[in-house]
Write a protein that binds this ligand. Structure first.
Ligand SMILES: C[S@@+](CC[C@H](N)C(=O)[O-])C[C@H]1O[C@@H](n2cnc3c(N)ncnc32)[C@H](O)[C@@H]1O
Length: 398
C-alpha cells in the first residue's frame, strides 16, 4: 500500500487517541486563568483574546472538540484524513452542541483548500507521520495568518530508541494491525527484559495504556523523529521562526542538574539553539518536542528579554499545573516550585521567603516593578522572575 493511504488506512483501524466523550471535566479544567496563561504563552506581546480562529490539523478523534470546548468564543476547524476519527469528533460535536466546531476530511498538505488563514494552527503528533513532513509544514505556514502562532508537536529520537527497536522487531516478524496481532504483541511485551529501553515507556507513558496506543507506537507504517537540529532545520526550510518550547525548562542548561556541573559555563556560552541540542543529548530521554513557531517577519511575537529595562514592565502570569511544595525542603528554602507537567525530577526551583512574597504578589495585573517596589531589590527581582519564566512557573505579558 502506498504513501498517505497507508497512514490513513492505519488510522481507520486504530483511531488515535482512544476516543472518550467526557468533555465536561476537560472543559472545567480550561477555566479563564488557564486560557489567559495559554494566550500569553503564544502571544506575550498582545492583549488577551479568547476568540482567535483555530485550525486543528490532523485532529484525530477529539482534539478539535477539545479546542472548541476550551475556547467557546473561537471558531475551530478540525481536519483529518481518517473518516473514523472524524466520525468520533462529529459525535462529540453533536452530543455537546459544539456550534463553533467545523470538521472536514482533508489532508494537512492540502490545508490551503480551506481558503482561509487561522490565528492559531495546532498540529500535534501528525507531521512525523507524513510522507513529506516539510511539505506539511509549508502547507501549515500557508494557512497561518500573519500574526498567528503555530503549535507543533513531533517525536524526538533518543527517548524513543526502544520504540524504534520494537518497530523493527515487529517488521521482522511480520506483525500486522489485526486485533489478534496487537493483542499477542501486548502479551509478548510483558516478557521484555527489565533493562530494555522500551520498559520505562511501557511503564510511564499513557500512550501504551490501550491496544490502539500500542499499535500507534509500535506498528505505525510511517514514523520519523526529529532531533533539535533537525527540527530547527525543518522550520528554516519552511520559512518559519522558532518561538519557544511549550515547556522550556527541560531544554535549558540553566535549569536542573546540568547547571551545577563543570560544563555549566561552557553550555552558557553557546547560542540558544546549540544549548537546546546539547541538553537534548544530555537528558537522553526526551520523547517529543512541542513548540511554538511564527512567521519570520512577524515582529509582534515579542521576544521575552531580561537584559535592558523592559522586563520591569512585564506582567507575570502564573501557569496552571505549578505547585509550591513545603515539606522536606532544602536548607534555607521557604518552598520548592514544581511544574507538574515536567517529567524530569531535577526541574525544581527552591525559593526563599522574600521570593515567596513576590510569587504570592503575582496577580496577573501587576508588573514586576509594582511587585518589587524597592529599587535596591531590582537585580534580585530580575534574576528571580527570569528563573520563574525559565522554569515554566509563569508566562509574561510583555
Ligand atoms: C497520532 S494522531 C494525533 C491526533 C491529534 N492531533 C492529537 O494530538 O490528539 C495522528 C492523526 O493524524 C491524522 N493524519 C495522518 N496523516 C494525515 C494527513 N496527511 N493529513 C491530515 N491528517 C492526517 C491521522 O488520521 C490521525 O488522526
Amino acid at each position: 500500500m502506498e504513501g498517505s493511504s497507508l497512514v490513513s488506512d492505519f488510522y481507520e483501524r486504530h483511531p488515535y487517541p482512544p476516543p472518550v466523550d467526557d468533555l465536561e471535566s476537560y472543559g472545567r479544567r480550561w477555566d479563564e486563568p488557564r486560557r489567559r496563561a495559554d494566550s500569553f504563552l503564544f502571544w506575550p506581546g498582545e492583549p488577551y483574546r479568547d476568540d482567535r480562529s483555530i485550525l486543528v490539523a490532523g485532529c484525530g478523534t477529539m482534539q478539535a472538540a477539545h479546542y472548541a470546548v476550551r475556547w467557546p468564543r473561537a471558531r475551530v476547524v478540525g481536519i483529518d484524513v481518517s473518516e473514523t476519527s472524524l466520525a468520533f469528533s462529529r459525535e462529540l460535536k453533536r452530543e455537546h452542541g459544539l456550534d463553533n466546531l467545523e470538521l472536514r476530511q482533508l489532508a494537512v498538505e492540502r490545508a490551503s483548500e480551506l481558503g482561509e488563514t487561522f490565528e492559531h494552527v495546532v498540529c500535534t503528533g501528525v507531521l512525523h507521520h507524513l510522507a513529506d513532513p516539510d511539505a506539511g509544514l509549508r502547507a501549515l505556514r500557508e494557512v497561518l495568518s500573519h500574526e498567528g502562532a503555530l503549535h507543533v508537536m513531533v517525536y524526538a529520537p533518543y527517548g524513543r530508541a526502544g520504540i524504534y527497536m520494537l518497530q523493527e522487531y515487529c517488521r521482522r516478524l511480520g506483525i500486522g494491525w489485526s486485533d489478534h496481532d496487537v493483542r499477542e504483541l501486548a502479551e509478548t511485551l510483558k516478557a521484555l527484559p527489565a533493562g530494555h529501553p522500551l520498559v520505562p515507556l511501557l511503564r510511564n507513558s499513557p500512550d501504551f495504556a490501550s491496544e490502539d496506543g500500542l499499535a500507534d507506537a509500535l506498528l505505525h507504517p510511517r514514523d520519523r523523529a526529529y532531533s533539535v537540529p533537525q527540527l530547527l532545520d525543518s522550520l528554516e526550510h519552511a520559512d518559519l521562526a522558532f518561538g519557544r518550547w511549550i515547556r522550556q525548562a527541560p531544554y535549558l542548561p540553566s535549569c536542573g542538574a546540568l547547571a551545577s556541573t563543570p560544563h555549566a559555563a561552557r553550555l552558557a556560552g553557546l547560542p540558544p539553539e546549540h544549548q537546546y541540542a546539547a541538553v537534548e543529548l544530555f537528558r537522553g530521554t526526551l520523547v517529543r518536542h512541542a513548540f511554538a513557531a511564527y512567521h519570520k517577519e512577524e515582529t509582534r511575537r515579542a521576544i521575552v528579554d531580561f537584559e535592558g529595562d523592559a522586563w520591569l514592565h512585564y506582567v507575570p502570569i502564573r501557569l496552571p499545573d505549578t505547585i509550591a511544595v513545603r515539606d522536606r525542603l532544602p536548607a534555607g528554602a521557604a518552598a520548592v516550585l514544581i511544574n507538574r507537567n515536567h517529567s524530569f525530577n531535577d526541574l525544581y526551583l527552591p525559593i526563599d521567603r522574600r521570593q515567596e512574597k513576590w510569587l504570592d504578589a503575582i496577580d496577573g495585573g501587576r508588573s514586576i516593578a509594582q511587585i518589587c517596589a524597592n529599587p535596591h531589590d531590582r537585580e534580585l527581582a530580575r534574576v528571580f522572575f527570569q528563573q520563574l519564566w525559565r522554569w515554566d512557573q509563569i508566562v509574561l505579558k510583555v
